[in-house]
Design a protein around this ligand. Structure first.
Ligand code: ADP
Ligand code: MG
Length: 439
């Protein structure tokens, strides 16, 4: 096939994939390149590691289906960094190892009165590690942008400070890595890994457990870094003094630097966020719809995004134009649910009962379909019915990481849209979860 033909086919595949999964479409899709298309394989080149990971986690299904529909053959799809742009220096490989989300940059972060201080302090820190606010502690309720800001700091610090060694991980990962180091008898390895960095960023520090060795270890890591003028950034769901499991000596250290709060966004900020999110996805949204969504969803930005996704998903699956009327219908059901307080335990109870599986199976490493499907459905329902973060949901289901949860949610969303039976099942489970206990 001539090169121009391959390019033409790839353009069609790209267009089809956008229609199949608008929620995971990004404006930078036009930077993707076809590397090869032959022998039932489609290789797609991405600008960097962050986009490769995003594509592999979120877009493989849509691209596979698109490729099969356009070519009429079975095609397997994979993504990799463009060979010309392959990370060559240790420095670039280190950036890849940070596993940053391509959406979570300063550029994509909308600044308003509710997050101005947190944003400004993150920008300041990223420009000069260890020299402005140290430690920097960002706190706020779930879904208000803490993780987004931490990713953005890492992106920026990496760009700015040549060769700076950055460690960025969730608190849970820190604890798990500490535990494995103990089990493997390699505590010195763990210590040198964390005590020699230029910046340590730990998300959701409220998961540090009381009276456990990991908290003690973290304390010493903190001291070693702080005394050497290295940057420390932490996030939590409350200010240091209000996190019950934290020891006094850590609380006082966290208060040495700057503690910045993020509040729920104002109406104007919410409108700007909806518009920004639509732009990042390469979607158009009229002002009246952005205003409508911003009025409907008030407390949590993750839900704001979910609302936008719902509207686009309904528009594409029904083939209708996005009007205010459609947005209204799409959101009505969803918003009512969000008002009730639902816990992950409620969800797990209903799902395990329906599928006749045990919670321990869902938490285990078992990968048979009879266990994976209920597990993924739990993740999907927890995502749509509660305000827990991907990390928190993964934590309830056997300590799985956020990319696993994201993948599960995408998979179930696709299944729901493609298969009326799944859609009916999800509705029924949702009904059982949201109606007062009857069993
Ligand atoms: P948290 O870690 O506080 O629970 P996240 O950082 O995961 O919240 O944010 C949830 C979602 O909301 C993410 O998709 C994030 O991009 C988005 N978000 C939060 N705040 C903003 C903002 N100010 N501008 C744009 N997107 C935001
Ligand atoms: Mg978070």
């Amino acid at each position: 096939m001539a090169a121009y033909e391959v390019e033409g086919i790839f353009t069609d595949i790209l267009d089809r994939a956008k229609v199949l999964d608008p929620a995971n479409t990004r404006e930078w899709f036009d930077k993707l390149k076809v590397v090869h298309l032959a022998g039932g394989e489609l290789g797609i080149g991405c600008p960097d590691e962050a986009t490769v990971r995003f594509m592999r986690t979120n877009c493989r299904d849509a691209f596979t289906r698109a490729a099969q529909q356009i070519t009429g053959h079975l095609v397997s799809v994979d993504f990799d960094v463009d060979t010309e742009k392959k990370p060559s220096s240790p420095d670039q490989r280190a950036a890849a190892a940070l596993r940053l989300h391509p959406d979570y940059t300063f550029e994509n972060f909308v600044v308003g009165p509710s997050n101005r201080l947190a944003h400004a302090s993150c920008v300041a820190v990223s420009q000069s590690l260890g020299n402005t606010y140290n430690p920097l502690f960002i706190y706020g309720s779930s879904g208000l942008g803490k993780t987004h800001l931490l990713h953005a700091v890492c992106f920026e610090a990496h760009k700015k400070s040549d060769g700076a060694v950055i460690q960025f991980l969730s608190c849970e990962e820190f604890v798990n890595r500490f535990i494995s180091a103990i089990e493997e008898g390699n505590l010195p390895g763990f210590q040198s890994q964390f005590r020699t960095v230029d910046m340590l960023v730990i998300d959701d520090i409220q998961f540090l457990r009381e009276r456990e060795h990991s908290q003690e270890e973290f304390f010493h890591t903190f001291n070693a870094l702080y005394n050497n003028g290295k940057q420390i950034i932490l996030s939590g769901d409350s200010p240091p003094g209000k996190i019950p499991s934290l020891e006094e000596r850590l609380i006082s250290r966290f208060n040495w630097g700057l503690v910045a709060r993020i509040d729920p966004p104002s109406y104007e900020t919410r409108i700007a966020i909806v518009q920004k999110k639509a732009r990042v996805r390469g979607l158009k949204i009229s002002d009246d719809i952005a205003e409508y969504v911003a009025r409907k969803v008030q407390a949590n930005i993750r839900e704001l995004e979910g609302a936008l996704t719902t509207i686009y998903a309904i528009a594409t699956t029904t083939g209708k134009d996005i009007t205010l009327e459609l947005a209204r219908t799409a959101l009505d059901g969803q918003i009512k649910l969000a008002a009730r307080h639902i816990s992950i335990t409620d969800i797990i109870e209903v799902v395990t009962r329906h599928f006749d599986v045990r919670l321990t199976d869902l938490q285990s490493k078992k990968r048979s379909q009879s266990i994976t499907q209920p597990r993924q459905i739990c993740m999907y329902l927890a995502r749509s019915l509660t305000r827990h973060s991907l990390e928190e949901i993964g934590g309830h289901l056997g300590g799985r990481d956020h990319t696993t949860v994201m993948h599960a949610c995408n998979k179930i969303t696709l299944a729901r849209d493609a298969d009326p039976e799944i859609s009916a099942l999800l509705n029924e489970l949702t009904r059982q979860i949201t109606s007062p206990a009857t069993a």
